[in-house]
Design a protein around this ligand. Structure first.
Ligand code: PMP
Length: 428
């Protein structure tokens, strides 16, 4: 495939935008080469500026669970836009999407909308600190909760892809309040709690990690964290920015049957528009301004276009719970096909999968945390990524990212992907 026009546009972009992109992982630094510039997308396919058609496995990094340009979302957006795009005043649609989200997600009474997953997680932690009166938080190495200061400590996703899991610009004071444990390591969490008795406001985690590849919680890990939180007056925060409305209507809480105290959302909840949200039971949410003392605000929060897109998306998911089964089956089919193809290569590899999240790691050990994920061979991943791209398959351009399946993908698309992998492994 030819990517001439993409390369020209990238060159031009670099003159005016740092690195040519508005979010680092888009720049292909981890895999080399120039990023693909998109012209439009429909269903499971991306169409780039050189006229290439690509099967999409990132779905805008998660939001487009029903595929690109999903008609009910487009219809909702167009009719809303005709009535004005922003008022900075309350609108009924905010209550409509809030009440639907509350009915779909276990254990939450109220939800507040923001503009990104970063804002959602940042606000959730402020709320946890305000509510408990404690300062420290525990996070897990390789988990990514957005780019706010407290989280850029051993962060996953682009932060680790670019070798800056601890970003300059985060003060030592802020870093001191973020305690770190390896993912899936309950013992280390227990030790941290003992070493910092009475000082920890919350434990925040991705209940299924998606920012160091896809890493499921080990048996008993989420339950163990829940118990430790109960015993020590610590709030459990599930960052469901990736998993919310994706793994089940009620997210990872529903899938694993473990309840968090605060839940954060992004991606699917906005239907492809910039939306994040955080939610909890009344007792906690009523600590927020204007009811309570914890301040949090946003000029464009609850924006009518964003709410219209999000509402259309949640309604579609609420109406058709079978989508989750269909997505899980498609992902299992892909898993099986990739497994057969990669087996032929003789290379060590591991495939991890939960629901519609899946990742391939070129390592022989189980991938259960950041350390084991980082053992993956990046040179092989690069060849794999470009080999698939040249065969019309768009994967996340970093081994530290989960792939996201969308329900517009057909079994024909999956077969094409598996065949591309069979063809590619001969060259690996
Ligand atoms: N939390 C998780 C689990 C994420 O995956 C991301 C983004 N990939 C964020 C938070 C931050 O969301 P945003 O990029 O919308 O700020």
């Amino acid at each position: 495939m030819i990517y001439k026009r993409s390369s020209a546009l990238f060159k031009e972009a670099q003159q005016y935008i740092p690195g040519g992109v508005n979010s680092p992982v888009r720049a292909f630094k981890a895999v080399g080469g120039d990023p693909v510039f998109i012209e439009h997308a429909k269903g499971a396919y991306l169409y780039d500026v050189d006229g290439n058609k690509l099967v999409d496995y990132i779905a805008s990094w998660g939001p487009l669970i029903l595929g690109h340009a999903y008609q009910p979302v487009l219809d909702a957006l167009i009719s809303k836009a005709e009535k004005g795009t922003s008022f900075g005043m309350p609108t009924q649609i905010e209550t409509e999407i809030a009440s639907l989200a509350v009915s779909m997600v276990p254990g939450i009474d109220k939800i507040r909308f923001v503009n990104s997953g970063t804002e959602a997680c940042m606000s959730a932690v402020r709320l946890a600190r305000g509510y408990t009166g404690k300062d420290k938080i525990i996070k897990f190495a390789g988990c990514y909760h957005g780019h706010s200061d407290s989280f850029l400590i051993e962060a996953g996703s682009g932060a680790v892809t670019f070798g800056v899991p601890n970003s300059p610009g985060v003060t030592a004071g802020t870093a001191r309040d973020t305690l770190l444990a390896p993912y899936n390591d309950l013992n280390r969490v227990r030790e941290l709690i003992l070493e910092n008795r009475g000082e920890i406001a919350c434990i925040i985690l991705e209940p299924v990690a998606g920012n160091m590849g896809c890493i499921p919680p080990a048996d008993g890990f989420l339950e163990g964290l829940r118990d430790l939180c109960n015993e020590n007056d610590i709030l459990l925060v599930f960052d469901e920015v990736m998993t919310g409305f994706r793994l089940a209507a009620g997210g990872a809480q529903e899938l694993y049957g473990v309840k968090a105290d605060i839940v954060t959302f992004g991606k699917v909840i906005g239907g492809g528009l910039p939306v994040g949200a955080f939610a909890a039971r009344n007792e906690i949410m009523d600590f927020l301004a204007p009811l309570g003392p914890v301040y949090q605000a946003g000029t464009l929060s609850g924006n009518p276009l964003a709410m219209a897109a999000g509402l259309a998306m949640l309604k579609a998911l609420d109406r058709s719970p079978e989508i989750y089964q269909s997505l899980a089956e498609k992902t299992a089919y892909l898993h099986n096909g990739l497994d057969l193809a990669l087996n032929e290569s003789g290379l060590p590899y591991v495939i991890n999968r939960v629901g519609s999240m899946i990742s391939v790691h070129f390592t022989k050990e189980e991938v259960i945390d950041f350390e084991s994920s980082a053992k993956g061979n990046n040179e092989t991943f690069k060849k794999f990524f470009h080999g698939m791209l040249n065969r019309g398959i768009y994967l996340p351009p970093s081994a530290f990212e989960s792939w996201f399946l969308n329900d517009a993908l057909t079994y024909k698309d999956l077969d094409m992907t598996i065949n591309a992998c069979h063809d590619l492994v001969k060259t690996l």
